[in-house]
Each structure stands twice: as structure tokens, then as C-alpha cells.
Ligand binder design. Structure first.
Ligand code: CA
Length: 348
């Protein structure tokens, strides 16, 4: 297991150096390791046919996100860059100089032509999916550039654009490959919830880190009746833990549909690709529940546990069992009975 992880350690060299020694597709996988090691590991679970489409899908969306996150770009310029992105990847081998708020991201954008060339080599059935999702995400990013996430409803909508549609895109890629045929995968609702569950988990976990950056993504509705400001919430006492538990329960409400999605997957490799992040997410949430450390540090799952989850997700039954065992443990700590009702929805 450790060997498998070490293999995906990002290279010690900068992407700029690698860009001259690697061919385009090897560069893409080096870039993937730099920007998301965990995704680089999970993608290796996929059947050969899907590895490149999913890798390029991820890198293209990462490119879009790099533009969105760069606060030094003028808003009008940024809007144009985002909205023209999906068209540009189909028309020209472009690079963006000086875009990105870390060295790795700036390097990624500086050699983006390599990613675009590989993307253009994909079968049209994959390119269509990637183009349409990329454009829809750009539209959503613009919508939320000037909008605050007040209610849980807004939160669902925001997470839909940044993650829900990624779930939709992945399902479409699976179906396009003919490796999956279940019409449930094409029902938008379940795919969206797969993305929402992962995104909400990250947003909850990243409170402390995002607070430092001045951009917490928790909806106001989750804490406004408990504290006057995020600063007050962070430094509060029992109130902040009850806000935390409430927002975690909101994320957990997606679990029954995530399991329904996982159950409908036929290909075992695709199943592992989908199930590993979901299991990591529920493991993370169960570690965050009742845990006030969330407000001042980044809580991570230990490597040994991660290895265990990789082995658990061999099939649906084992994965479902693991999910239920997490929920059962949380149920005991939850006086509101909401987790109990999530379990009821699951086992009915
Ligand atoms: Ca972003």
C-alpha cells in the first residue's frame, strides 16, 4: 500500500523543468500529482480507457479554478477568461502567463498547451462532455463571484456548480466509455449528490485554513443564530460545536443517495474510483463531529486508515457496511435523532 502511495509522490522538479523533458501525456500526469496527489492515486483505479479522459477533465477544471482563485486578476478580465475557457480548449493550444496563486498553479497554466493538446486528442464523445461541464462551471463561478452563500439552499447551489456537475460529468464519461450502462448513473440527481457530499466535507474540514485566507464557505444559516461573526464562532464554545454538528448532519443527508449511486455501478474499477473518496469523506466527517479542533486546525485521516479504506472498497456490500458502521457510531452521539433518520432511510 505504502509503495502504491509513494509512486505518486510529486516530482522534486518544478513543472517547468518537467515540461521540457516529458512528453505531453506524461507531463499531464506529473501535473496531476503536483495539484492533487490523492486524485492521482484514485485515478489509477480506473480502467485504462477512462484514465486519460478523467485526468484531462480534472486538469481542465483545475485550470478554470486557478483563474477563479487568482485574486490579482481584474474582475472584468476574469469573467471573460472564465466564459471563453471551454471554447478556447477546442480551438487553440493556449497558455496563460502569470495566472495562479502558487508556483505549481502558475507552472500549470504556463504549460497549459500540453494539456490542451492531449485533450484535443480525445474521442469526440469525451470532449463533448468535458466542454459542456467546463462551460457550465464557468457560468457558476461567475454567478458566485459576487454572491454570498446565505442559506443551505444557496450552499447546495454553490456546491452544485463547483462539484455537483463534476459528478455529472464523470457519470457521463463512464457511460460514454460503454463500461457503465445503468440509467441511474445518468439521472442527474444522484451524480450531483456524489459531488455535493465530497465538496461539503472539504468545506467543513477546511474551516481553519479558509478562515486564515478570509474566505470560509460555510453557509451563514449554519452559524448565524449561534454567533455574530465567523470570528465569534471560531472562538465560541458549545455553540460552535453545535453549529459544526448541524452542518455535518446536512452533509450526511446525501449519504443514502451516494450509496444508491455506488450500488448501480457495474464495473469494479469504476466502483473503486467512486467509492474510495466517498468512504474517505464519511471517515473525515466522523472525525470532525463534536470536535472543536476543526476551528483552529486541519484534521486529517492517518495514512494507515487511508490504506484500510482502499482495501475495504472491493465491493458494494463491504462499502455499505463500513458506511453504516460510521453512522451507527455517530448516531450514539447525536441527540437530535437526525442521524438515526438517515440510517432509517438507508436500511428501509
Ligand atoms: Ca475556487
Amino acid at each position: 500500500m505504502k509503495k502504491e502511495f509513494d509512486q505518486f509522490k510529486p516530482s522534486g522538479s518544478r513543472l517547468t523543468e518537467l515540461s521540457s523533458s516529458k512528453d505531453d501525456i506524461s507531463f499531464c500526469y506529473e501535473a496531476l500529482k503536483k495539484v492533487s496527489r490523492s486524485f492521482a492515486v484514485v485515478i489509477q483505479q480506473l480502467p485504462e480507457e477512462l484514465k486519460n479522459p478523467v485526468c484531462l477533465f480534472y486538469l481542465i477544471l483545475r485550470g478554470l479554478d486557478t483563474i477563479e482563485d487568482d485574486m490579482s486578476i481584474d474582475n472584468v478580465v476574469k469573467e471573460k477568461m472564465l466564459l471563453s475557457f471551454a471554447e478556447r480548449i477546442n480551438q487553440e493550444e493556449f497558455v496563460l502567463d502569470n495566472v495562479g496563486d502558487t508556483q505549481d498553479y502558475r507552472d500549470l497554466m504556463l504549460h497549459f498547451d500540453k494539456i490542451v493538446r492531449e485533450y484535443q486528442n480525445l474521442a469526440p464523445k469525451y470532449k463533448e462532455v468535458i466542454t459542456s461541464i467546463t462551460h457550465e462551471m464557468a457560468v457558476g463561478m461567475n454567478k458566485y463571484a459576487h454572491k454570498i452563500v446565505h442559506s443551505y439552499q444557496d450552499w447546495n447551489d454553490y456546491c452544485y456548480y463547483v462539484a455537483g456537475i463534476v459528478g455529472v460529468g464523470l457519470s457521463k464519461l463512464f457511460v460514454a466509455s460503454n463500461l457503465e450502462t445503468n440509467p441511474l448513473l445518468e439521472s442527474k440527481e444522484l451524480s450531483v449528490e456524489m459531488g455535493l457530499f465530497l465538496q461539503k466535507t472539504n468545506i467543513i474540514r477546511d474551516f481553519a485554513e479558509d478562515f486564515e485566507m478570509g474566505r470560509v464557505f460555510w453557509p451563514e444559516e449554519s452559524w448565524k443564530d449561534k454567533a455574530k461573526s465567523l470570528y465569534e464562532l471560531k472562538n465560541g464554545n458549545q455553540e460552535r460545536v453545535s453549529a459544526l454538528n448541524e452542518i455535518i448532519i446536512n452533509a450526511l443527508s446525501h449519504v443514502p443517495n451516494c450509496l444508491k449511486y455506488l450500488k448501480s455501478i457495474e464495473n469494479q474499477q469504476i466502483f473503486r474510483f467512486c467509492a474510495i473518496p466517498q468512504l474517505m469523506a464519511i471517515a473525515t466527517l466522523s472525525k470532525l463531529y463534536n470536535n472543536s479542533e476543526v476551528f483552529y486546525k486541519n484534521i486529517k485521516i492517518r495514512k494507515g486508515k487511508t490504506a484500510k479504506y482502499f482495501m475495504t472498497v472491493e465491493n458494494y456490500e463491504a462499502t455499505e457496511k463500513e458506511f453504516i458502521s460510521f453512522l451507527r457510531k455517530l448516531e450514539k452521539k447525536d441527540k437530535t435523532l437526525k442521524i438515526h433518520s438517515i440510517i432509517e432511510r438507508l436500511i428501509k
